[in-house]
Ligand binder design. Structure first.
Ligand SMILES: [Zn+2]
Length: 207
């Protein structure tokens, strides 16, 4: 499942799909862009996978980073290119790949950003911010609010893992693992509570 579809399925689960939330979702999806890191640069694609930008690091003169946006100075272009984080998926991967050659780029702050993240019990990536939300899977860290709705922490993690690894199409290969993805490292203490067979024998309602 690509990240855009994941975001859509999370939104669909959170909001009852009435007309206004559908409009909200469509607006959101139309503004969404996906960053694909390539060997020598990166692409920016829209939700229909159409390439809007094809950037090579060799044509980037300088990079300025903060946690809200990336600013690129490009060869032969007067205006800087702005990549706002809010609507660009996979920017974590991009900031990991910035070549260590740009005088303005604050590499220490990029390293500190990743060093401050915690492991996610649901998806198994080190991607949980201070507010407790995972930037890879969108789930919340176990807290007193969630505790009211679930029998135990394990029951919560198991149910969220079920959604997280659920295939979006019938014959899609099910891969239950926490291999590094979206620029996030694997969390060594991650425990998968679900198995591939679970998708054949149970439905989400009785996980
Ligand atoms: Zn997660």
């Amino acid at each position: 499942m690509i990240l855009g579809e994941k975001v859509r399925s999370i939104l669909e689960r959170v909001f009852f799909p009435n007309r206004s939330t559908k409009k909200f979702m469509n607006d959101y999806m139309n503004r969404l862009r996906y960053i694909e890191v390539t060997e020598d640069g990166f692409l920016i694609k829209d939700i229909n996978h159409k390439i809007e930008e094809d950037i090579k690091w060799s044509s980037v003169k300088d990079v300025d980073y903060n946690q809200k946006r990336i600013l690129l100075t490009l060869e032969g272009k007067e205006e800087e290119m702005v990549i706002p984080m809010q609507f660009h998926e996979n920017w974590h991967k991009l900031i990991r790949e910035i070549p260590k050659a740009y005088p303005t780029c604050d590499y220490d702050s990029i390293n500190a950003f990743f060093d401050n993240l915690q492991g996610c019990d649901v998806c198994g990536l080190i991607a949980v911010e201070e507010d407790g939300e995972c930037m890879a899977c969108g789930n919340q860290k176990w807290n007193s609010e969630i505790e009211k709705d679930f029998e135990s922490k394990e029951a919560y993690i198991k149910q969220m893992q079920f959604y997280e690894f659920e295939p979006s199409e019938e014959n899609e290969h099910i891969a239950i693992n926490n291999n590094p993805e979206f620029g996030f490292e694997s969390y060594s203490k991650w425990i998968p509570y679900i198995k591939v067979e679970d998708y054949k024998t149970i439905t989400p309602a009785n996980v």
